[in-house]
Design a protein. Structure first.
Length: 736
């Protein structure tokens, strides 16, 4: 059970200090009564100890104040964002509802808290946070952009506070989310300082040795590194000024995380990383003189410091496909240290930072095209004085043409708006799509036509008797699903055509006819079919009767024969009916006679019901072309006849049984002494019976045994079952 909250002296002092700092920063934006309401709620919560510490043992109220300070100082959020963060622990613990927040603090604060709640619900679906889709789902799910900014600030603050925690498993999980989810989000939003801190802290917790190795190598203090950059920049600045260029220079040291990524990418040690230091020369010049002035600055830099020609990147002459323009060169600066120099103009810098070639784009952070302009606007709003006020009315309309849905395991997939359950099934696997009958969305059963909504958790339901239908093409939205349905329909058609052909050939044999392929091809054309597959498809579906086809075949085959001998027409008056030929067998068309010597037809006895000689049976034509013999009372018989009536063949046994068949009997009775011996004794006394196996289970005085026996026919079987029922203690004998 979580520890109830009790403030330590240090926590009280820190909370009070943060409270005063935040109040000073956001005072102009507070409404009348805000502070009094907030203080009243906080004091009540603290006094009643109604909030629990988190998994790290941290104080959630103090954490909320630390996050609020970070939001105010680093991001610039004001009243609504701060109040939402401070009220969040009360809402999460169920001490305060969103509606109560709305009545006391207004719609904007309530909207932010509602967005935070929705995202918390997403996390409960165990998402794979490493996926780009989940980052995009968060953006589209938040409703208010400040929700994302609060999440970022909250994660940065949490990463700062868990440095000394003993819960290493939770620390590891939080750090992974920071690396895979929150750092890329901060990068997209242009919050590079927060992004670098998240990356460095996650590296520190996840790869401790690598972090401290690089930190040790960067033994110089920040002050000394800044001094080095200043020494590097000073002569360049002087020469550029003398050349009459208008410019400004930004200098920086690579973060520990960036250095580690370089080391892994280049498979080198720390010493092999060239550009530990980097500067950016940004020139203010008209667009028509951009290239001239950039190359002029390039010439001045390379005349002062030795360049590495292998590290020249000229995206000025030929810009990147995403529009990025700049000159990159690595030079050997003072103290024999390699420094990367980027040269560009104000316009190029603006394009790189906010345009389609934004910094996070060319660094390899993937995104959707619609996201670019939208995030650029957000960055601009953060950097302008009136931007935060404008965000009060800012609603997210991103990804209105896309939906993101979860699998039960937390994997996330993106679909176009209007996609259905069937699209989802085919996206996972063709077999899942072909047998889909519906789904459970958020535990509610829906049809396969149900449209997907962002955040849905979808579990596909299947049935073995389901198969693709033509109208499914009108249900699905994605081209992937459409192509898979067409392929499945085509495969089904091929299988049905093969089955129809085999059925027709079997009927020919039953009529003692040999099929001549040339005559059959002529018949197919005369029946009006252009494609042979269409002919067999109609036989399979029942549109064309096989008996009618055979009659037409005989007419066509005999149509060209000369009228001689037995073919001479005879008067009906001379016809005499031979009644002796009208036996039952003669008038029953198309009956499969089961005989050990049967040739030309591949048949097997079904394992599900184990038919033996004398049983009432029927044949079932399998997809492979063989025939399975089932008992009429087989458990599967009703389903087979209902669904595959066209594949059922009447069958009967030939002559007298001359083979032995394996059958299984279940015997149930009281677990009396000697019952097994009495049962086996009856079987062993009959020389024509062979006991192949016996499986016995005894529980709570009840005997349950399965006997597998080789037997000739069902008459002998009935006799055996009667004898077994006479054994003392036997309650029931049944065939399975």
């Amino acid at each position: 059970m979580a520890e109830r909250l009790e403030f330590t002296t240090q926590e009280k002092e820190e909370t009070l200090e943060l409270y005063q700092h935040i109040r000073e920063q956001i005072a102009p934006t507070l409404a009348e009564g805000d502070e009094a309401h907030m203080r009243q709620l906080l004091m009540k919560t603290i006094e009643n100890r109604q909030v629990n510490r988190d998994v790290f043992g941290l104080n959630p109220i103090l954490l909320s104040f630390q996050t609020a300070q970070l939001m105010v100082d680093e991001i610039g959020l004001k009243r609504d964002g701060v109040l939402a963060v401070l009220l969040r622990p009360n809402v999460e613990q169920g001490l305060l509802t969103v509606d109560e927040v709305r009545s006391q603090f207004g719609e904007s604060v309530a909207r932010i808290l509602h967005g935070l709640q929705r995202i918390q619900e997403l996390y409960q679906k165990n998402p794979v946070v490493e996926s780009e889709n989940f980052r995009n789902l968060l953006l589209s799910f938040a409703e208010d952009m400040r929700v994302i900014l609060i999440m970022l600030a909250d994660r940065v603050n949490l990463m700062r506070q868990i440095r000394d925690t003993e819960n290493l498993e939770a620390q590891h999980e939080v750090s992974q989310e920071a690396a895979y989810l929150y750092a890329p989000l901060a990068h997209k939003l242009g919050l590079y300082k927060l992004k670098s801190e998240l990356e460095d802290l996650s590296l520190k917790y996840l790869e401790h040795d690598a972090y401290y190795h690089i930190k040790g190598k960067l033994s110089e203090t920040k002050q000394s590194r800044d001094a080095y950059i200043e020494r590097f920049i000073q002569p360049i600045s002087q020469r550029l000024t003398e050349a009459g260029l208008r410019f400004h220079i930004k200098g920086r040291t690579k973060s520990i995380h960036s250095i580690w990524q370089k080391m892994k990418k280049q498979h080198c040690a720390f010493e092999g990383v060239y550009d530990l230091f980097a500067i950016r020369i940004i020139i203010d010049t008209p667009q028509e003189k951009e290239k001239i002035h950039c190359w002029q600055a390039f010439a001045l830099v390379t005349s002062m410091y030795q360049p590495n020609p292998k590290r020249l990147r000229d995206w000025l002459s030929v810009p990147k496909s995403n529009g990025y323009e700049s000159l990159h060169i690595t030079v050997l600066g003072p103290e024999q240290k390699w420094v990367e120099v980027q040269i560009r103009t104000e316009r190029m810098d603006e394009v790189a930072e906010r345009g389609v070639a934004a910094h996070w784009r060319y660094k390899g952070v993937k995104s959707e095209s619609g996201l670019d302009d939208w995030l650029t606007n957000i960055r601009s709003m953060l950097e302008t004085s009136d931007g935060l006020e404008a965000m009060d009315q800012f609603k997210m309309e991103l990804y209105e043409d896309e939906v993101f849905v979860f699998t039960p395991k937390g994997d996330l997939y993106k679909f176009p708006k209007g996609a259905t359950v069937l699209d989802f099934a085919y996206h996972i696997h063709s077999k899942l799509g072909n047998t889909c009958v519906g789904a459970r969305i958020n535990s509610k059963v829906v049809t396969l036509r149900q449209q997907l909504q962002s955040g849905d958790q979808v579990e596909i339901m299947t049935a073995t008797n389901q198969k693709p239908k033509q109208d499914w093409l009108n249900i699905v939205k994605t081209s992937r699903a459409k192509s898979k349905i067409r392929l499945a329909l085509k495969e089904t058609q091929v299988k049905e055509s093969l089955f129809a052909k085999e059925t027709l050939e079997r009927k020919f044999k039953n009529r003692k006819l040999e099929m001549d392929e040339s005559v059959m091809q002529l018949l197919i054309r005369k029946l009006g079919f252009k494609e042979v597959s269409d002919f067999y498809r109609q036989i399979s579906s029942g549109e064309l009767d096989a008996g009618h086809v055979i009659d037409r075949y005989i007419e066509l085959q005999q149509g060209d024969q000369p009228v001689t001998g037995n073919n001479v027409a005879e008067s009906a008056a001379n016809f005499v009916l031979d009644e002796s030929r009208l036996s039952t067998n003669a008038i029953q068309d198309d009956v499969l006679v089961i005989d050990r010597n049967l040739k030309g037809i591949d048949y097997q006895l079904a394992r599900c019901c184990q038919p033996i000689y004398g049983d009432s049976v029927f044949g079932f034509v399998t997809v492979s072309g063989g025939i399975k013999i089932h008992r009429e009372d087989c458990p599967n018989a009703p389903e087979l006849k209902k669904r595959f009536g066209y594949r059922i063949v009447r069958a009967k046994w030939s002559g007298k049984g001359s083979s032995q068949y394996a059958i299984t009997l279940r015997v149930i009775g009281n677990d009396d002494i000697g019952i097994v011996n009495n049962l086996t004794s009856i079987i062993s006394k009959d020389e024509k019976l062979v006991l192949r196996s016996i499986n016995i289970d005894s529980h709570d005085g009840l005997f349950n045994g399965n006997l597998t026996i080789m037997i000739d026919d069902n008459t002998r079987l009935e006799s055996l079952m009667k004898k077994l029922r006479t054994v003392k203690g036997v309650k029931q004998v049944m065939r399975i």
